[in-house]
Design a protein around this ligand. Sequence first.
Ligand SMILES: Nc1nc2c(c(=O)[nH]1)N[C@H]1C(S)=C(S)[C@@H](COP(=O)(O)O)O[C@H]1N2
Ligand SMILES: [Mo]
Length: 324
Amino acid sequence: MLIRRQEAWMERESDVTPESLYRNRRELIRGLGAAALAAPLLGCGPGGETTEKEADAPAGRYAGVPANSRYRAEDAPTDYEAATAYNNFYEFGTGKSDPARHAGAMVTDPWSVRVEGAVERPGTYAFDDLVRRSDLEERIYRHRCVEAWSMVIPWIGVPLATVIARLGPTADAKFVQFETLADPAVMPGLSYPVLDWPYVEGLRLDEAMHPLSLLAVGLYGRVLPNQNGAPLRLVVPWKYGFKSIKSIVAIRFLERQPATSWNRAAPHEYGFYANVNPEVPHPRWSQASERRIGEFRRRKTLPFNGYADLVAPLYAGMDLRRNF
Ligand SMILES: Nc1nc2c(c(=O)[nH]1)N[C@H]1C(S)=C(S)[C@@H](COP(=O)(O)O)O[C@H]1N2
Ligand SMILES: [Mo]
């Protein structure tokens, strides 16, 4: 059953026509232009709740957050429309449009995150205590799903290392595990045993501390839409997208390598590391190329999703075919 569902991934891709993805490109570009102009006026307004209306406005809550010029993929960003309408968030269903349809019911404010395990300052943290406005920066990252489609997304977030350093992992902490909300009242996907809920993911501590690892709270200058993992999701751009766990409610510091959802579901198909690697095919499809959403021709997939110069040293001496 599990295998069937996963094969359905590939087929569902054809549901999204190039037309629907291109539809709003012009509108988006105009919108972003307006946002950039409006930022000095609107960007520093009072904080507080961002309604759906506000998120749709030209300048979102995070307009004016400084761009980090070191981390700007040169590729053109994917349409906002596509990035927020074509999602994987299985708690809301396995179809690509299920998250956008259902995730609005998830309450993301107030939000708190449990910090547990081998850490000096464990406890339950309110969102604003974990992520401060002054932490935030914009980074444009490539985003490569294990299903062989990709996007380019301007995220707003805080380096994961900044948050972890404040929490103070102890010498025993070698890994970090993250856990997603699992609320059957708002997540219809939890009724199906596609994965063992709650969704969990993990990184080695040095991967988590790597400057590329980001805790995202927004995209395109706006608050993260629920379907993209509001209010707080991981972004690890050199790994397949399933590592970038959404709507995080717990961060756990551990001595041993933690369980991770897709690895537990199909260990021969989804490794713990899940580094983007065009040379290691998924057992049921090639990873040598990808379909960039909004483009017609496939692109070659790059080792570590194009971030090899920054992250390859993390894996020195490892056999990346075994540790896939
Ligand atoms: N909790 C949770 N996190 C998740 C997923 C999920 O189903 N549940 N899907 C993953 C997968 S497979 C991908 S490709 C990305 C998709 O992120 P996006 O919808 O913002 O593009 O989220 C990842 N994080
Ligand atoms: Mo994915």
